[in-house]
Design a protein around this ligand. Sequence first.
Ligand code: GRF
Length: 195
Amino acid sequence: MLRVVVLISGGGSNLLALLERCRDPDFPVRVVAVGADRDAPGLAHADAFGVPSFTVPYAAHPTREAWGDALVGAVAASASDVVVLSGLMRLLPARAVDALPPTLNTHPAFLPEFPGAHAVRDALAAGATRTGASVIVVDHGCDSGPVLAQERVAVLPGDTEASLHARIKPVERRLLGDVLAALADGRVRLAPVPA
Ligand code: GRF
Protein backbone atom coordinates (compact mmCIF):
# COMPACT_ATOMS: atom_id res chain seq x y z
CA MET A 1 0.00 0.00 0.00
CA LEU A 2 1.46 3.35 -1.03
CA ARG A 3 1.10 5.90 1.79
CA VAL A 4 0.40 9.38 0.42
CA VAL A 5 0.23 12.82 2.03
CA VAL A 6 -1.71 15.35 -0.07
CA LEU A 7 -1.00 19.08 0.22
CA ILE A 8 -3.63 21.61 -0.86
CA SER A 9 -4.48 25.31 -0.76
CA GLY A 10 -8.00 25.38 -2.16
CA GLY A 11 -11.19 23.43 -2.64
CA GLY A 12 -9.47 20.10 -3.04
CA SER A 13 -11.69 18.60 -5.73
CA ASN A 14 -8.76 16.54 -6.99
CA LEU A 15 -8.09 15.44 -3.39
CA LEU A 16 -11.72 14.37 -3.09
CA ALA A 17 -11.44 12.28 -6.25
CA LEU A 18 -8.33 10.57 -4.86
CA LEU A 19 -10.01 9.89 -1.51
CA GLU A 20 -12.96 8.33 -3.35
CA ARG A 21 -10.68 6.17 -5.48
CA CYS A 22 -8.92 4.98 -2.31
CA ARG A 23 -12.22 3.40 -1.21
CA ASP A 24 -11.59 0.73 -3.84
CA PRO A 25 -9.81 -2.11 -2.02
CA ASP A 26 -8.00 -2.96 -5.27
CA PHE A 27 -6.47 0.52 -5.51
CA PRO A 28 -3.09 0.15 -3.76
CA VAL A 29 -2.93 3.70 -2.41
CA ARG A 30 -4.05 5.30 0.86
CA VAL A 31 -4.14 9.00 1.79
CA VAL A 32 -2.65 9.02 5.29
CA ALA A 33 -2.83 12.79 5.86
CA VAL A 34 -3.88 16.03 4.19
CA GLY A 35 -1.99 19.26 4.80
CA ALA A 36 -2.57 22.87 3.81
CA ASP A 37 -0.75 26.19 3.88
CA ARG A 38 -3.92 28.04 4.92
CA ASP A 39 -7.43 27.40 6.16
CA ALA A 40 -8.28 25.61 2.90
CA PRO A 41 -11.89 24.56 2.29
CA GLY A 42 -10.63 21.21 0.96
CA LEU A 43 -9.53 20.17 4.46
CA ALA A 44 -13.20 19.32 5.04
CA HIS A 45 -12.80 16.40 2.62
CA ALA A 46 -10.15 14.91 4.89
CA ASP A 47 -12.50 15.22 7.87
CA ALA A 48 -15.33 13.60 5.92
CA PHE A 49 -13.12 10.60 5.11
CA GLY A 50 -11.65 10.35 8.60
CA VAL A 51 -8.18 11.25 7.34
CA PRO A 52 -5.99 13.32 9.70
CA SER A 53 -5.21 16.82 8.53
CA PHE A 54 -2.83 19.61 9.47
CA THR A 55 -2.27 23.24 8.56
CA VAL A 56 1.12 24.93 8.37
CA PRO A 57 0.10 28.55 7.78
CA TYR A 58 2.48 30.30 5.43
CA ALA A 59 1.71 33.65 7.02
CA ALA A 60 2.81 32.44 10.47
CA HIS A 61 6.43 31.92 9.39
CA PRO A 62 9.08 34.62 8.95
CA THR A 63 10.54 33.18 5.75
CA ARG A 64 9.59 30.73 3.00
CA GLU A 65 12.38 28.44 4.25
CA ALA A 66 11.01 28.47 7.81
CA TRP A 67 7.57 27.58 6.46
CA GLY A 68 9.09 24.80 4.37
CA ASP A 69 10.93 23.36 7.38
CA ALA A 70 7.71 23.33 9.42
CA LEU A 71 5.90 21.64 6.53
CA VAL A 72 8.59 18.95 6.32
CA GLY A 73 8.17 18.29 10.05
CA ALA A 74 4.39 17.99 9.76
CA VAL A 75 4.60 15.64 6.76
CA ALA A 76 7.21 13.46 8.50
CA ALA A 77 4.73 12.65 11.26
CA SER A 78 2.71 10.56 8.79
CA ALA A 79 5.54 8.30 7.57
CA SER A 80 4.47 8.60 3.95
CA ASP A 81 6.03 7.14 0.82
CA VAL A 82 4.99 9.98 -1.48
CA VAL A 83 3.74 13.56 -1.17
CA VAL A 84 1.26 14.92 -3.72
CA LEU A 85 0.84 18.64 -4.32
CA SER A 86 -2.77 18.98 -5.41
CA GLY A 87 -3.39 22.68 -5.79
CA LEU A 88 -0.80 23.80 -3.23
CA MET A 89 -0.31 27.38 -4.39
CA ARG A 90 3.23 27.81 -3.02
CA LEU A 91 6.61 27.01 -4.44
CA LEU A 92 8.39 24.66 -2.03
CA PRO A 93 11.85 25.82 -0.93
CA ALA A 94 14.64 23.62 -2.35
CA ARG A 95 15.55 22.46 1.14
CA ALA A 96 12.01 21.21 1.68
CA VAL A 97 11.97 19.41 -1.68
CA ASP A 98 15.17 17.62 -0.66
CA ALA A 99 13.84 16.69 2.79
CA LEU A 100 10.34 15.53 1.81
CA PRO A 101 9.52 12.08 0.49
CA PRO A 102 9.40 12.00 -3.34
CA THR A 103 6.88 14.68 -4.28
CA LEU A 104 4.50 14.78 -7.25
CA ASN A 105 2.58 17.73 -8.64
CA THR A 106 -0.51 17.75 -10.80
CA HIS A 107 -0.65 20.60 -13.29
CA PRO A 108 -3.46 21.78 -15.57
CA ALA A 109 -1.35 22.07 -18.75
CA PHE A 110 0.80 19.94 -21.01
CA LEU A 111 4.18 20.79 -19.49
CA PRO A 112 6.59 22.30 -20.38
CA GLU A 113 3.84 24.43 -21.92
CA PHE A 114 2.25 26.95 -19.52
CA PRO A 115 4.05 26.42 -16.21
CA GLY A 116 3.07 28.50 -13.19
CA ALA A 117 -0.01 29.39 -11.21
CA HIS A 118 -2.24 30.51 -14.13
CA ALA A 119 -1.76 27.70 -16.61
CA VAL A 120 -5.35 27.57 -17.85
CA ARG A 121 -5.63 31.34 -18.22
CA ASP A 122 -2.26 31.46 -19.99
CA ALA A 123 -3.29 28.77 -22.48
CA LEU A 124 -6.44 30.72 -23.37
CA ALA A 125 -4.51 34.01 -23.61
CA ALA A 126 -2.01 32.38 -25.98
CA GLY A 127 -4.83 31.26 -28.27
CA ALA A 128 -3.86 27.59 -27.87
CA THR A 129 -6.21 25.12 -29.55
CA ARG A 130 -5.14 22.40 -27.16
CA THR A 131 -3.61 22.27 -23.72
CA GLY A 132 -3.56 19.36 -21.29
CA ALA A 133 -2.83 17.89 -17.90
CA SER A 134 0.44 16.64 -16.43
CA VAL A 135 1.74 14.76 -13.41
CA ILE A 136 5.36 15.59 -12.68
CA VAL A 137 8.03 15.00 -10.06
CA VAL A 138 8.72 18.18 -8.10
CA ASP A 139 12.26 19.46 -8.44
CA HIS A 140 13.83 22.77 -7.44
CA GLY A 141 12.15 24.72 -10.25
CA CYS A 142 8.60 25.79 -10.99
CA ASP A 143 6.76 22.95 -12.77
CA SER A 144 10.07 21.88 -14.31
CA GLY A 145 10.51 18.32 -13.01
CA PRO A 146 10.34 15.08 -14.97
CA VAL A 147 6.93 14.28 -16.49
CA LEU A 148 5.42 10.99 -15.30
CA ALA A 149 2.16 11.22 -17.25
CA GLN A 150 0.39 13.74 -19.42
CA GLU A 151 -2.52 13.96 -21.79
CA ARG A 152 -3.90 16.52 -24.23
CA VAL A 153 -7.19 18.36 -23.66
CA ALA A 154 -8.77 20.35 -26.51
CA VAL A 155 -9.58 24.03 -26.07
CA LEU A 156 -13.11 24.51 -27.42
CA PRO A 157 -14.56 27.66 -29.00
CA GLY A 158 -16.10 29.81 -26.29
CA ASP A 159 -14.11 28.16 -23.50
CA THR A 160 -13.65 30.24 -20.37
CA GLU A 161 -10.95 29.65 -17.78
CA ALA A 162 -13.58 27.91 -15.64
CA SER A 163 -15.01 25.69 -18.39
CA LEU A 164 -11.59 24.64 -19.66
CA HIS A 165 -10.26 23.97 -16.15
CA ALA A 166 -13.38 21.91 -15.41
CA ARG A 167 -12.56 19.64 -18.39
CA ILE A 168 -8.87 19.39 -17.47
CA LYS A 169 -9.36 18.41 -13.82
CA PRO A 170 -10.91 14.98 -14.46
CA VAL A 171 -7.89 14.18 -16.65
CA GLU A 172 -5.52 15.32 -13.88
CA ARG A 173 -7.36 13.09 -11.42
CA ARG A 174 -7.22 10.01 -13.61
CA LEU A 175 -3.53 10.52 -14.45
CA LEU A 176 -2.62 11.07 -10.78
CA GLY A 177 -4.44 7.94 -9.64
CA ASP A 178 -2.85 5.88 -12.39
CA VAL A 179 0.65 7.18 -11.57
CA LEU A 180 0.20 6.45 -7.86
CA ALA A 181 -1.03 2.93 -8.61
CA ALA A 182 1.98 2.37 -10.89
CA LEU A 183 4.32 3.56 -8.12
CA ALA A 184 2.60 1.29 -5.61
CA ASP A 185 2.95 -1.71 -7.93
CA GLY A 186 6.58 -0.92 -8.74
CA ARG A 187 5.77 -0.38 -12.44
CA VAL A 188 7.23 3.14 -12.08
CA ARG A 189 10.19 4.10 -9.94
CA LEU A 190 11.31 7.60 -9.07
CA ALA A 191 14.90 8.67 -9.57
CA PRO A 192 16.38 10.90 -6.83
CA VAL A 193 15.78 14.61 -7.45
CA PRO A 194 18.91 16.16 -8.97
CA ALA A 195 20.54 18.84 -6.78
C1 GRF B 1 -5.70 21.72 -10.11
O1 GRF B 1 -5.93 22.05 -11.45
C2 GRF B 1 -4.22 21.61 -9.85
O2 GRF B 1 -3.52 21.01 -10.87
C3 GRF B 1 -3.85 23.06 -9.77
O3 GRF B 1 -4.86 23.59 -8.95
C4 GRF B 1 -6.05 22.86 -9.18
C5 GRF B 1 -6.55 22.36 -7.85
O4 GRF B 1 -7.92 22.18 -7.89
N1 GRF B 1 -2.52 23.25 -9.29
P1 GRF B 1 -8.72 21.61 -6.65
O5 GRF B 1 -8.37 22.45 -5.43
O6 GRF B 1 -8.31 20.17 -6.47
O7 GRF B 1 -10.15 21.73 -7.05
